[in-house]
Design a protein around this ligand. Structure first.
Ligand SMILES: [Fe+2]
Length: 260
């Protein structure tokens, strides 16, 4: 099963609104055109089309419901299931009103396809930049992981559970990242954790074999390794994943420089 992982769209209500010098709606269009099979073919990449899209948070920058309604319509045009989950910038109420747990574009806790199980978590703490899953969600996750242990599993959330090596961002990571990973690594069916928030490519393979994978942002990229806030002029980035039937996972990042 081929998964397109996108993150950090930072859309505003006004299509002309600019965020750090880019127009987020234009970047989204660029990204979606960029992953079109014809366009990828032109770039020598022929692995599309994908079977599922996962969007790991910061869909809106600071507005909610109207942005989600427009986005939902646009994502429905991809004609494959789309799973969304909230980031620190998202409006919790508006998000849940537009993205329900059913339909083509949905905010649901678990999803089964291609012999895999995908679990979507909510690391948003309203009013806070850092993320936290909290005891209740971690307990629920443990109960979930006790079920379907025969199915390879991918977990998606917004915040990074570990430091990514960019100091100003690392202080904003998942506060209970250690507890989360300690729990997840007791369940070997979990093959990967995908997240956003860091607006840069990040990939790590833990000693347990667990893969930690961030998608760059569709909107703006933060400069990797920077001690202070710094934006890097880069095209929209997405992560492509192949969830194989033998339970292995392959992944790479695509920078979508435009389609000739
Ligand atoms: Fe973001």
């Amino acid at each position: 099963m081929r998964v397109l992982h996108i993150s950090d769209l930072h859309l505003g209500d006004d299509p002309q609104w600019s965020y750090q010098g880019v127009r987020p709606w234009e970047r989204l269009t660029e990204a979606l055109i960029g992953v079109d099979p014809d366009c990828l073919g032109a770039q020598g990449l022929s692995r599309a089309p994908f079977d599922l899209v996962v969007v790991t948070g910061d869909l809106a920058h600071d507005q909610g419901e109207s942005v989600y309604a427009k986005l939902s319509e646009q994502l429905a045009g991809l004609k494959v299931p789309v799973l969304v989950l909230p980031g620190n910038h998202d409006d919790p109420e508006g998000f849940q009103r537009i993205f329900t747990d059913s339909g083509q574009v949905s905010y649901c806790r678990e999803y089964f396809a291609g012999g895999w199980r995908i679990l979507c978590l909510n690391s948003q703490v309203p009013g806070q930049i850092t993320g936290r899953l909290g005891g209740q969600q971690l307990n629920a996750l443990e109960q979930d992981l006790q079920q379907n242990q025969d199915l390879p599993t991918l977990i998606a959330l917004h915040h990074a559970p570990v430091e990514v090596g960019t100091p100003w961002l690392d202080v904003q990571r998942l506060e209970d990242g250690e507890s989360f990973l300690e729990l997840v690594e007791r369940y070997p069916q979990v093959r990967g954790v995908v997240f956003g928030h860091v607006h840069q490519d990040f990939a790590e393979r833990r000693q347990s074999g667990l893969r930690l994978l961030a998608a760059p942002a569709v909107s703006i990229q933060f400069e990797p390794g920077s001690a202070v806030f710094a934006v890097e002029p880069s095209p929209p980035g997405v992560r492509w994943l192949e969830l194989c039937s033998d339970g292995s996972l392959q992944s790479e990042v695509w920078w979508l420089e435009g389609c000739e």
